[in-house]
Design a protein around this ligand. Structure first.
Ligand code: NAD
Length: 484
């Protein structure tokens, strides 16, 4: 039985107030998590402040880079432990976690450590009123103590996507992992100590949102900036907390992403791409597709082909041979997803496949399983077309013209991602500009170059992270003006 403690100032801190961590595959108990209260959050923020003012704050960039490489190497050395911890918390297939979650978790430290060595600074020479000259140059310093609030869908990957650049820029962090997935953030504490990261640079406080560690951290007056990935509604609450003290936020929020398939697309690749974007990680990917629009000449054929793909997923234990879909993250989340399955039926959808709970053998019957599901025939006003579900499901609707599908795709308060399938170069580039999203994939999905800007338009986020764009949030830019 595991015991997940808070990691504060390089040490393990239990509180005695614990909650359960359960495996969604069969609802078995993984262990107990020590919930941080105000006192532990205060201690973590104070430790982060001391580290900033101490050895970490004085460290050369070269040494910091070396240490972050050691963290990445440490994750890779203990790859299997991270893999098993992530799989137990999320139930996701081992094939997925071993190719995406854990390698990207390690890469996030290396990429941003390397980036920080090569960032140019702007410089302007100016004439002065007395006929002389002055030189302006920019200096970047860390923002300070960063509060990092994380979701459960890609726990290590999304947490290190924030912690990697934050530490590379010389900040210190207090991380609040999701209450559903405490394991890998905790394990990372051990790796930080092994790598020689000074105490207080990386802290972890466990707990929930309101009236718990999440709220205590985001309301804390000594936190200099808050970076958050999660639901748009939670972002609103955090933004209100950040208003006290005028602290900046960086938000990666929800989505209701469109997948668009033109009749001229490579058919098999489009079907495979949309199947991935709708069903991978059991649809629990912010970039996933829950609205599919298919040009009318290939509509029927596409629906049949996607149905075959959905029915071809093998549900089962993460490590079992050939398993390609896991459960949802929790029974609670399953209840939310199933409520949308019911709504779709009530609103008159044609259920092409799925729509309920699969029969699972033995202990798995206790897990958070749902069937991959496809609907057609709903009006655009239907709840499953308007609201983010975060499950393995999508609605497919036909369209006729490019203008029509652009209007349909953009008719949402969200603006995170889109995936477009076409073999026409002109269509591809026009769609890339017309869709109101942070990232538009053409003939691809989830293809990420970590140097590029990542974030959401409209209610899908505030700010961009990735590559040099991460510096905007994780550093303070100062101008130094020297009169010559
Ligand atoms: P969530 O918003 O419920 O929770 C995220 C984190 O916020 C958790 O750690 C939670 O404890 C904490 N939290 C909740 N209420 C809080 C409060 N009032 N104050 C402070 N912290 C609080 O999100 P989730 O269910 O864990 O994740 C799924 C959501 O995340 C989806 O909406 C998905 O689209 C979004 N997401 C977005 C991206 C992106 O890059 N845009 C990536 C992954 C997930």
């Amino acid at each position: 039985m595991k015991d997940f403690k808070n990691f504060i100032n390089g040490e393990w801190v239990g509180t005695g107030r614990t909650f359960e961590d359960r495996n969604p595959v069969d609802n078995s108990l993984i262990g107990h998590v020590h919930e941080a209260g105000q006192a532990e959050v205060d201690a973590a923020v104070a430790a982060a402040r001391r580290a900033l003012q101490g050895e970490w704050g004085r460290m050369t960039t070269a040494r910091r880079v070396e240490l972050l490489h050691a963290v990445a190497d440490g994750i890779n050395r203990r790859f299997d432990e991270f893999l098993q911890a992530e799989i137990a918390d999320t139930g996701k297939p081992q094939s997925l976690a071993s190719h995406v979650d854990i390698p990207r978790g390690a890469a996030n430290f290396k990429v941003f450590a390397d980036l920080i060595k090569n960032v140019p600074a702007e410089s302007f020479t100016m004439d002065t009123p007395d006929g002389g000259q002055a030189v302006n140059y920019a200096v970047r310093g860390p923002r300070g103590v960063i509060g990092v609030v994380c979701p459960w869908n890609l726990p290590l990957l999304l947490m290190t996507w924030k912690v990697g650049p934050a530490l590379a820029c010389g900040n210190t962090v207090v991380v609040k992992p999701s209450e559903e997935t405490p394991a890998t953030a905790t394990l990372l504490g051990e790796v930080m100590n092994e790598a020689g990261i000074p105490p207080g640079v990386y802290n972890v406080v466990h707990g929930f949102g309101p009236d718990s560690a999440g709220a205590f951290l985001t309301q804390h007056p000594d936190v200099d900036g808050i970076t958050f990935t999660g639901e748009t509604r939670t972002g609103e609450a955090i933004m209100k907390a950040a208003a006290n003290g005028v602290r900046p936020v960086s938000f990666e929020l929800g989505g209701k992403n469109a997948g668009i398939v033109f009749a001229d697309a490579h058919f098999d690749k489009a079907v495979a791409g949309i199947a991935r974007s709708a069903f991978e990680n059991s649809g629990q990917v912010c970039l996933g597709t829950e609205r599919v629009y298919v040009q009318r000449p290939i509509f029927e054929r596409f629906v049949a082909a996607l149905k075959a793909k959905a029915e071809g997923f093998r549900l089962g234990r993460p490590g079992d041979e050939g398993v390609s879909m896991g459960p949802l993250v929790s029974l609670e989340h399953r209840e939310k997803v199933l409520s949308y399955y019911r709504k779709a039926a009530e609103e008159g959808a044609t259920v092409v496949t799925g729509g309920g709970v699969p029969q699972m053998p033995g202990a798995l019957a206790e897990g958070a399983w749902v069937q991959p599901t496809i609907w057609t025939g709903l009006p655009e006003s239907a709840a499953v077309i308007r609201e983010e579900i975060f499950g393995p499901c999508c609605h497919i609707a036909p369209f006729d013209t490019e203008e029509e599908v652009i209007a349909l795709a953009n008719d949402t308060p969200y603006g995170l991602a889109a995936t477009v399938w076409t073999s026409d170069l002109g269509t591809a580039h026009r769609m890339g500009r017309a869709l109101d999203v942070g990232i538009c994939w053409i003939n691809a999905w989830f293809l990420r170059d970590l140097r590029t800007a990542f974030g959401g338009a409209k209610q899908s986020g505030i700010g961009r992270e990735g590559g040099v764009h991460s510096l905007e949030f994780y550093t303070e830019l100062r101008n130094v003006c020297v009169k010559l």
